[in-house]
Design a binder for this molecule. Structure first.
Ligand SMILES: Nc1ncnc2c1ncn2[C@@H]1O[C@H](COP(=O)(O)OP(=O)(O)OP(=O)(O)O)[C@@H](O)[C@H]1O
Ligand SMILES: [Mg+2]
Length: 449
């Protein structure tokens, strides 16, 4: 037996937010007079017997974890070893970044019966893309349905193992009185997909658009609902794309997959360090190499800095891929502890290749790149720099030093400046790379310049 209930809510026509009571000004987007009344009807499913519980051991015996590979190593690693059967995944990203391309490549690689719901593009457009990506899978059905109830019916009839919903912002439910893409529609459609996903054991990949502010438009609540949240990121200036997992109930987060966008779709980049160091120019002051760690994977990145005399009153600090406040802290350390004048100089820092790093281990490469530019002295091209810099100008230990050094060695770097505190973490001696343990930034400068 199912019950129906109706309640009144107020929807903002400007931003799509909904509220249980009326406001003159929308609390979310601050527009005036945009809230109007609508009725939400909810259909509740059959209620369960309160005595009905399940025994963990029985479930474990019945349902071993089944994962299927997407045959794209970069995607599998980000997911923690392929898609888990019956999981709900959200794939977010800026418009035009390549979400539909990746989704299509994933279903083609997974080689399971799939249903691709594209309310955004026509079936012909998807087919055109499939031809460009050279996708020949036989087990893929396309649908341009955009009403959730009918989508669920299609899933019921076709019984696919995997469903792609491209995108959540274009589908709607008849039970909710608002436009597709509004918060209440996304919540309702997400909930219905979640139910189907868990009841039928079908894997569902939901595509969602991200707004300029970096939030998946509206459905922040979708992040709590789903098992895994993936973001496809990139920079318009470069053709590489980074797939990042920010939430994963069945695997590690902060893993990244790196791709290049070419005519045939997203191509996996098996050696990202080579990609990020490809256009490096040796013998230029202001360049330092930092072995970053993205999830479990080391990637060498070039840090570039340019220091010049400020023409106007307040000197500029401009940074790409690194935290601006962290840079200010490092500049203060240079000024106070190393007696380098920074207050009257513009400082620009750039992590080449559009990679964004949020790791204190990058401090040493950044501070050395800035000093190298300020002093107009080159850092030897075969050196990598690792270490967190403290306020007293001391160098602190960092995580996973062995992995970072191994990658540097593989790419032909011969010297590494590392924190003294991290030496103990190196279990086996690394042959072929000379280590220079340091305790303070001053020692690094003495060695380099
Ligand atoms: N022939 C081509 N050669 C190379 N790259 C292409 C080609 N056609 C499209 N692309 C790339 O694919 C991107 C669009 O991919 P896709 O449609 O998968 O993105 P999306 O994130 O799904 O976009 P939307 O937000 O519109 O749904 C383009 O921005 C472009 O970079
Ligand atoms: Mg798309």
């Amino acid at each position: 037996m199912s019950k129906s209930s109706a309640k009144t809510a107020y929807l903002c026509s400007a931003c799509g937010a909904d509220y249980p009571k009326w406001f003159g000004q929308c609390p979310a987007c601050k527009e005036w007079g945009t809230l109007s009344e609508f009725r939400v009807t909810k259909t509740r499913g059959e209620s369960r017997n309160p005595r009905e519980t399940s025994d963990l051991q029985e479930i474990l015996l019945q349902q071993p974890m089944v994962r299927f590979s997407t045959r794209m190593e970069e995607v599998d690693r980000v997911l923690g070893g392929g898609f888990l059967k019956g999981s709900l995944i959200l794939l977010g990203g800026n418009p035009g970044i390549g979400k539909s391309t990746l989704a299509l490549q994933i279903v083609a690689g997974a080689k399971v019966s799939s249903l691709y719901i594209s309310a955004e593009e026509s079936e012909d457009q998807i087919a055109l893309r499939a031809r460009r990506l050279k996708i020949t899978t036989k087990d893929l059905q396309l649908s341009s349905e955009n009403q959730i109830e009918r989508i669920l019916e299609q899933i019921h009839l076709l019984k696919p193992e995997m469903v792609i919903v491209d995108s959540i912002q274009t589908i709607f439910s008849d039970t909710v009185d608002s436009l597709p893409g509004s918060i209440s529609q996304i919540r309702e459609c997400g909930q219905q997909l979640l139910q189907t996903c868990k009841q039928r054991g079908v894997t569902v990949l939901i595509v969602g658009h991200v707004t300029k502010e970096g939030i998946i438009a509206g459905p922040r609540m979708l992040e709590h609902m789903v098992d895994t949240v993936l973001y496809l990121e990139g920079d318009e200036r470069y053709d590489h794309r980074i797939l990042r997992s920010v939430k994963n109930r069945f695997g590690a987060t902060n893993e990244v997959g790196i791709f290049r966008m070419v005519n045939e779709g997203l191509k996996e980049v098996t050696n990202p360090s080579e990609l990020f160091l490809a256009e490096r120019t040796d013998n230029v002051p202001g360049s330092a190499i930092y072995p970053s760690l993205e999830g479990t994977r080391p990637i060498l990145v070039e840090v570039q800095a340019l220091v010049s005399n400020a023409n106007f009153g307040t000197p500029q600090r401009n940074v790409n891929g690194f935290d601006l406040r962290r840079l200010s802290m490092l500049l203060a350390v240079l000024e106070k502890r190393l007696r380098m004048v920074m207050g009257t100089r513009d400082v620009f820092v750039n992590l080449v290749g559009g990679l964004k790093v949020d790791d204190p281990a990058a401090d040493m490469a950044v501070i050395c790149a800035v000093a190298s530019s300020a002093l107009d002295k080159v850092i030897p091209p075969d050196v990598v720099l690792i270490g967190e810099v403290g306020l007293a100008g001391e160098v602190r230990s960092v995580s996973n030093i062995a992995k970072r050094l191994q990658e540097a060695k593989t790419l032909g770097f011969r010297r590494a400046v590392i924190p003294k505190g991290s030496v103990n973490h190196l279990k086996s001696a690394l042959k072929g790379i000379q280590l220079q343990p340091v305790t303070a930034v001053r020692e690094v400068f003495d060695a380099l310049f």
